[in-house]
Design a protein. Structure first.
Length: 275
């Protein structure tokens, strides 16, 4: 995040926003800047990719499903916009720790112990580490002690749209993002790679709510796509994973998507039309 902060300082904040006597490295200034940048960035990613997905990928026929709520899209957006600023508060604290040099993020490829191969391996390990972390956090949020208070609001959307992707209770949203932020404090990671992965995970979160259930046949039971996550919203106790089905299979919570078996939301709508 320090790369983004440095760019913002250089091109906007130092010349046009902050008083000349307020140093760029002053902690209060950094916290304030990170709060604004984090909120604007999250909002931009959510609205940009959510809108593109909603208009160009999401099947609007799903809005005819009986479990699709009245005014659902506007309610999803409203809920997300209310939650994102609260989610950003603990997130900014972690970004601040990164900026102050407490993480294992590095600037140059030469700083990687294994060069470019180390960068590639770190991308894979990031995906597997965060997939594991999110699985167990997500599954824990389904425990009766936490579900009703924190996670149930996200399950209001049985037939989700891309805008449901960030419509979480703030505690739920932050907890499920925590593995992304913890990783660079435990393992070396290139800064630009981290920014790219941060954008990717936001786009992926949108994609598993987009109602497009198509997955290459060979990957159907490996990749946790929209079909898997739709069944999670519908049946609750299955498919907690983020990118892969690995931990659901290990944890005994894997369910083959109903859409792959001719029993999904589209099939339900087709049967309704035939009656």
């Amino acid at each position: 995040m320090d790369l983004v902060l440095e760019a913002a300082d250089r091109h906007l904040l130092t010349p046009y926003v902050y008083p000349a006597g307020w140093p760029e490295g002053e902690p209060c200034r950094q916290l304030l800047s990170l709060f604004v940048i984090t909120n604007l960035g999250a909002l931009a990613l959510y609205l940009l990719f959510g809108t593109l997905s909603y208009y160009f990928i999401f099947d609007h026929e799903l809005k005819k499903h009986p479990q699709f709520l009245e005014n659902q899209v506007s309610r999803e957006i409203s809920y997300a916009l209310r939650s994102l600023p609260w989610i950003s508060i603990p997130t900014v604290a972690l970004f601040f720790a990164e900026v102050r040099g407490y993480s294992k993020l590095y600037d140059n490829i030469e700083d990687s112990p294994y060069g470019w191969s180390g960068v590639f391996l770190s991308m894979l390990s990031f995906l597997f580490f965060t997939d594991m972390g999110i699985y167990w956090i997500h599954r824990g949020l389904h425990h009766k002690l936490f579900y009703k208070r924190f996670h149930k609001p996200h399950h209001l959307w049985k037939i989700a749209t891309p805008f449901a992707s960030h419509a979480f209770h703030p505690v739920d949203g932050f907890m499920q993002s925590l593995p992304y932020h913890v990783y660079p404090f435990l393992f070396p990671l290139h800064k630009v790679t981290y920014l790219g992965l941060y954008i990717f995970v936001n786009v992926w979160t949108i994609s598993i709510h987009d109602g497009d259930y198509r997955v290459p046949r060979l990957l159907r039971h490996i990749i946790n796509g929209s079909a898997h996550h739709t069944d999670h919203h519908l049946y609750f106790d299955y498919n907690y994973g983020q990118y892969f089905t690995l931990w659901d299979k290990i944890g005994g919570s894997y369910k083959s998507p109903t859409s792959f078996e001719g029993k999904g939301p589209h099939d339900f709508l087709r049967k309704l039309r035939e009656k």
